[in-house]
Structure formats: C-alpha cells, structure tokens
Design a protein around this ligand. Structure first.
Ligand code: GDP
Ligand code: MN
Length: 397
C-alpha cells in the first residue's frame, strides 16, 4: 500500500527523521492558512506547493511549484488542485489532484551550497536482507543514474541480527562526500530512516531528494513510502491512511470480493485459479494473437457465487471481447466449477454478451465438459491448453 508524500513524511518524522515541514490542504483557502501557520513555525515566507498523488516525477509535470508570497500560494494551489497531473509515471490522462502539500522552502541560500542525494531502503530479494541504496545523484530519475552512471549508486546491506551498525551509517555519509555537521546529520538521518522502515513494516522507502541545506542540515524533501500489505492486519493505524481515490476502482471492488484482480489493457478477459496458471494463461492469450484484459486469480473455491462475481468484474471492462476461463481442478472438482459457471451464466441473464471459452482440467474434467456442452449456453469448452487458445483466436478474428 502506497502512502502520499505528506503521510510518508509524517511517518518518518514520528521516528525522528528530519523532514521538510508542511501542511496538507484540500483547497486554495486552506493552502493560504497552512502557509501562514508554517511561516509562524519556521520563519520562512516562501513555500512549495506540491500535488499529492501516487506518482513520482511531479516536478516535471508542473505539480511542484514555488510560491513567494500568500497570493502566489493561493493562485498556485488553486491551479494544482483539480488538475489532471501528467508525469512520466502516470497514464496520458494523468491523475486528478485532490490535495496539495504546502511545505516550507528549504532551498534557501546560506553559508554553503545545497546538495540533493538519493536514499532508499528496500529488501534485497537475492540475499534476503534489507539494504540502503543511495547515491550522490539526488533529484534525478534513479533509473537514469543506474543506466548512465551506475558507479554513483552505493548499497549498504543490513544484517537482521544486528540492525544497521554505526560504521555503516558513517560509510553512507562518507560515500556521499559529506564532512563536519552534515556528516553527523547524515548518520543520524539514515539510522532513524532505517529504524522507521523496520518498525513500520514498510516494503519501500524512497527519499529523492534527501537535501543538505545551505546550513548543513539533512532532511527528506520527498518521501515515497510503501507499507507491506501483508502487515496491514496488525497496522490498523497505517491501514487507515489508504486513499482509495488513488487506486483503480475495479481493483478495489475486486479486492473487496476477495478476488486477485489486476486491470490490463487487452481484450481477452481471464478467469483462472492460481497465480501461476493465470500468468501462463496470459502468455497463451498473447501467443494466440490476443491481449489479456486482466489478471484474475479466483482462488481455490470457484463456486457459482465466486464465478459470478468474477464475471461481473471482468465485464466492467468495456474492452473485453471474449473471456477465457482456465481452471485446474485439484482441490476443487472440475464438475463443481462447471456447475458454478453454468449457474452464474444463467443467473446473469443477458449480461454476458461476449463468447466464453472454458478449459477445465483435472479431477472430473470429462464430467465438467459434458456439463458445459449440454448446458445449451453459448460457452465453448476445451480440454487442452492449445485447444482453448485456438478457440480464443477463432472468436477474435
Ligand atoms: P517529484 O518530482 O514527484 O519527485 O517531487 P519532489 O518532492 O522530489 O520535488 C521535485 C523537485 O522540486 C525537487 O527535486 C526540488 O528540486 C524541488 N523542490 C522541492 N522542495 C523545494 C523547496 O522547498 N524549494 C525549492 N526551491 N525547490 C523545491
Ligand atoms: Mn522526488
């Protein structure tokens, strides 16, 4: 589950990580009030207005702007709230902005230059250990840095038995070229950041940029925070931070029905049990010249109610031209699934207007085929994987 920047920063701050301070606002009036309050607390008259959407690259898309007085705060906040922000990480339609973060300007001039760094915390699946990944090239797209100057990306792996050790935090500060106060600040920053990551059950922290201010403070200017979904049951406080407006409406609805559904761009709807078989089915559809419209794992109990729920979810996508049902009857018997399909189909009346190809394999597959074939419904059955693919191809062409 992803958090908004303002939520991520609050989380970091609660663990003692220094952040660029800010207040979230839902409209231009609230933005002005937020700016006034920040000026009282921080002394600065300049503010950055930052679109709060679940996508990076907001700066490039015009979603991060500097305001030098309260009039500018009001105009800029008014422009950003309600816009469809297009960034390199959104679709061409962009993402609707519902709120902005009004933050203190931290790029003020001073005794030294400001510098931007990149710091992330994530799991290295290869070694099974958390690591801190960091770079001197902050503020840029990290993918570009990885491609063009990979020697400027460093990693620090953490032994779970000891946690992040002081010498490791110092090595981070050293590799980032810091000295004096900024060096000390950076060791404190990464130590607190790592603690926050572990204690909040997060699966990703990406802080880009981490800023060294002109007076040598180290702080998080941006925060991408993802909480491990599997930990949300024990993190009710964090689960409440979920913003459903940022997620695909169909995916949210499918989730409520207990279906594992991912919306895709193609024209063939898929209903499959098991994630691996679902992936293989998507490959097969592509080979047959189609494009999967979704990934859908109905799970172990493919009864009539579940199949019907799955049909309804798949058919919400107007691009769907055919549905391929591919079920392996291991624990669940194929004839029960077949009965589920027939019942669901009948229940839905004429809601189903696209051809359906069903492939049931496993326990009682022959009885299942018989059931489908004698149902009198517009459903084609197949036993072999390839046969199903050929039938999909036939209905598409
Ligand atoms: P992103 O583009 O979605 O990654 O959003 P960021 O939060 O990283 O902000 C984008 C850019 O805005 C940063 O790289 C900074 O260069 C700039 N920025 C952020 N905060 C400030 C600020 O307080 N003052 C100024 N002048 N620029 C800022
Ligand atoms: Mn950023």
């Amino acid at each position: 589950m992803n958090l908004h920047e303002y939520q991520g920063k609050q989380l970091l701050s609660s663990f003692g990580v220094r952040i660029q301070r800010g207040i979230v606002a839902q409209n231009a009036k609230e933005a002005v009030a937020a700016a006034k309050k920040l000026t009282e607390d921080t002394g600065t008259d300049w503010h950055v207005i930052k679109a709060q959407v679940h996508a990076g690259g907001r700066g490039k898309g015009g979603g991060v702007k500097l305001a030098k007085n309260l009039e500018e705060v009001e105009t800029i906040a008014g422009q950003i709230i309600g816009m469809d922000l297009v960034t390199p990480q959104t679709s061409a339609e962009g993402k609707r902005v519902h709120q902005v973060l009004v933050a203190e300007d931290v790029y003020y001039p001073g005794e030294s230059e400001t510098s931007e760094f990149y710091v992330s915390v994530l799991l290295n699946r290869g070694t099974g250990r958390n690591m801190i990944m960091y770079s001197t090239e902050g503020g840029m797209d990290i993918e570009t840095v990885a491609e063009e100057t990979p020697h400027l990306i460093f990693t620090e792996e953490v032994d779970p038995a000891t946690g992040l050790l002081p010498f490791q935090a110092r090595r981070v500060a050293f590799n980032l070229g810091l000295s004096g106060l900024a060096f000390k600040e950076m060791t404190k920053f990464v130590t607190a950041l790592y603690t926050a990551y572990v204690k909040s059950d997060s699966s990703l922290f990406e802080i880009n940029p981490v800023l060294k201010t002109s007076d040598n403070k180290i702080m998080a200017v941006d925060a991408k925070v993802s909480i491990d979904d599997n930990a949300l049951y024990r993190r009710k406080d964090l689960a409440e931070l979920r913003d459903l407006r940022e997620e695909s409406a169909i995916e949210v609805e499918a989730g409520e029905l207990g279906l594992n559904y991912v919306d895709l761009d193609g024209n063939v709807g898929c209903m499959v049990n098991g994630a691996g078989l679902a992936m293989a089915t998507m490959d097969l559809i592509k080979q047959a010249g189609g494009e999967p419209a979704n990934f859908l794992d109905v799970g172990g109990t493919a009864d009539a109610a579940r199949v019907e729920a799955a049909f309804r979810i798949i058919l919400k996508d107007p691009a769907v031209k055919a549905i391929l049902i591919n079920i392996f009857g291991g624990i669940v018997r194929c004839d029960r699934v077949a009965q589920g399909i027939v019942d669901a189909y009948k229940n839905m009346g004429d809601a189903i207007k696209v051809p359906i190809i069903v492939r049931l394999q496993g326990t009682n597959a022959d009885i299942a085929k018989e059931l489908i074939d004698s149902s009198g419904l517009d459903v084609q059955s197949a036993v072999q994987f390839q046969e199903a693919a050929d039938k999909v191809q036939a209905v598409l062409s």
